[in-house]
Design a binder for this molecule. Structure first.
Ligand code: NDP
Ligand code: HSE
Length: 439
């Protein structure tokens, strides 16, 4: 074993991931030291409420209520940021870099929105910022994209990258459970963000897609270019009808290189029931990468939770320790590509994106209604793959109708939906879900 002194960590946040990280560092201390070549020791940590009862052991760690005391503690070599959100996390991380400390973070919001600034601050000082835990919890997807697939031209990637959404959709599908009840369970289990609307409105997945797209295509982090839709509009009926058509509904992040630019989109998606991503359930995440040399690569594992996420945080710590003695100019670049080769490629507006669609309408049970709807679709050159009229609503004379279309550009579909919605025989807002075969 090395005789080098231990690497000293300052930890910001003693919540789900902070607690998990302390647990893994203590439980596997000898193994981790054997792999890193030095012991890793947490010397100080911060939380908002120091009086709170914690389920893990903090003996021997100096605890502060002010996170800046951790950042400015002269003993630390690496700052681990597990607070979340933009502020004060951004200020604390930038101060740690200014103090010459390496940083490990699980904060996807911070990296997606301020990563360009943070990586530049780190690079100019020869420091590392590691963020494996920021995408897909315990799955080592950053390392695979950045290192293991470095020889590939990546054509597209699609992923279930929010554990809370997948947990909710899986429970709706398997047990027909209520949306809010399942969300509360996800919160109790520590999967959800402190503001769970980040999960269910797709923002968290968009943060992660921003990071993955940058690693895949060598583009700067551009969160504002991602089209974002969450799962609030998915009803138990949609889940049932999708099953009947041989599909499952998953909340996906998709990034794809097209001739005209790059698609960046997050939305509920119907995928064939036999597709690998259709069978990833509960808090599990999966990322499918289509790479020109490797072919399709699918990585799956727990996408949230204390120990899986801690696994990624600790792996980053080991990487930082191993890299301390290397030449800082020749380390793995933060975003896979050398900074001077990053390109500001065009990103496509969602209107330019082409997919197939599932449409659910509630129509008056009258002659000619379906003919009107199919005529509008035909006018828009939208071809129908399947159409299904379902059981009549018990209390009214309205009937739900489900239509599957072939692929068409979103702007043509938007125009058709506007015309269908305006028909007097359509009795409720039409629901649309994009369909991808992921072939
Ligand atoms: P928690 O809410 O469980 O923990 C946050 C911790 O930070 C708490 O200890 C809290 O103190 C402290 N804290 C919160 N706000 C402040 C503040 N303004 N100043 C100082 N300290 C503060 O969050 P998680 O552990 O779930 O998440 C941490 C990070 O990891 C986030 O970026 C999250 O997105 C990311 N992440 C989470 C995963 C998960 O499964 N939970 C998975 C992957 C990434 P106190 O305890 O006193 O309230
Ligand atoms: N809230 C996030 C999720 C945590 O549910 O996926 C993991 O990033």
């Amino acid at each position: 074993m090395s005789t080098l002194p231990p690497i000293r960590i300052g930890l910001l946040g003693l919540g789900t991931v902070g607690g998990g990280t302390l647990t893994v560092l203590r439980r596997n201390a000898a193994l981790i030291a054997a792999r890193a070549g030095r012991r890793i020791e947490v010397v100080c940590a911060s939380a908002r409420d120091l009086a709170k009862t914690r389920k893990f052991d903090t003996t021997g760690i100096d605890l502060y209520a002010d996170p800046m005391q951790v950042v400015d503690d002269p003993r630390i070599d690496v700052l681990v940021e597990l607070i979340g959100g933009i502020e004060p996390a951004r200020t604390l991380v930038l101060k740690a870099l200014a103090n010459g400390k390496h940083v490990v973070t699980a904060n996807k919001a911070l990296i997606a929105l301020h990563g360009n600034e943070i990586f530049e601050a780190a690079r100019s000082r020869g420091l590392m910022v590691a963020f494996e835990a920021a995408v897909a919890g315990g799955i080592p997807v950053i390392k695979v994209m950045r290192e293991a697939l470095a020889g590939n031209d990546i054509q597209w990637l699609a992923g279930i990258i929010n554990g809370t959404c997948n947990f909710i959709l899986s429970a709706m599908c398997d047990a027909g459970r209520d949306f809010l009840e399942v969300l509360h369970e996800a919160q109790r289990l520590g999967y959800a963000e402190s503001d769970p609307s980040f999960d269910i409105d797709g923002i968290d997945a968009a943060h992660k897609l921003t990071i993955l797209a940058s690693l895949a295509f060598g583009i700067p982090l551009q969160f504002d270019r991602v089209y974002v839709e969450g799962i609030r509009n998915i009803s138990a009926d949609d889940v049932t009808y999708a099953e009947r058509l041989g599909y499952r509904i998953k909340h996906l992040g998709i990034a794809r290189q097209q001739a005209g630019g790059i698609e960046l989109r997050v939305h509920p998606t119907m995928v064939p029931a036999r597709a690998p991503l259709a069978n990833v359930n509960g808090v599990m995440n999966a990322v499918m990468v289509n790479a020109d040399a490797a072919g399709p690569v699918v990585l799956s594992g727990a996408g949230a939770g204390a120990l899986p996420t801690a696994s990624s945080v600790v792996a980053d710590l080991v990487d930082v320790v191993r890299a301390l003695t290397t030449d800082s100019e020749n380390r793995v670049p933060h975003l896979a590509f050398q900074p001077d080769t990053m390109e500001n490629l065009t990103t496509l507006d969602i209107g330019e994106v082409e997919t197939a669609y599932y449409l659910r309408l509630l129509a008056a049970d009258e002659p000619g209604v379906l003919a009107d709807v199919t005529r509008i679709l035909a006018d828009g050159h939208i071809s129908i793959e399947a159409i299904m009229q379902l059981e009549k609503d018990a209390c009214t004379t309205n009937v739900p109708v489900v239509i599957l279309t072939h692929r068409v550009q979103e702007k043509a579909m938007n125009a058709a939906i506007a015309r269908i919605q305006a028909l007097s025989s359509i009795r409720a807002p039409l629901n649309r879900i994009r369909v991808e075969t992921l072939a």
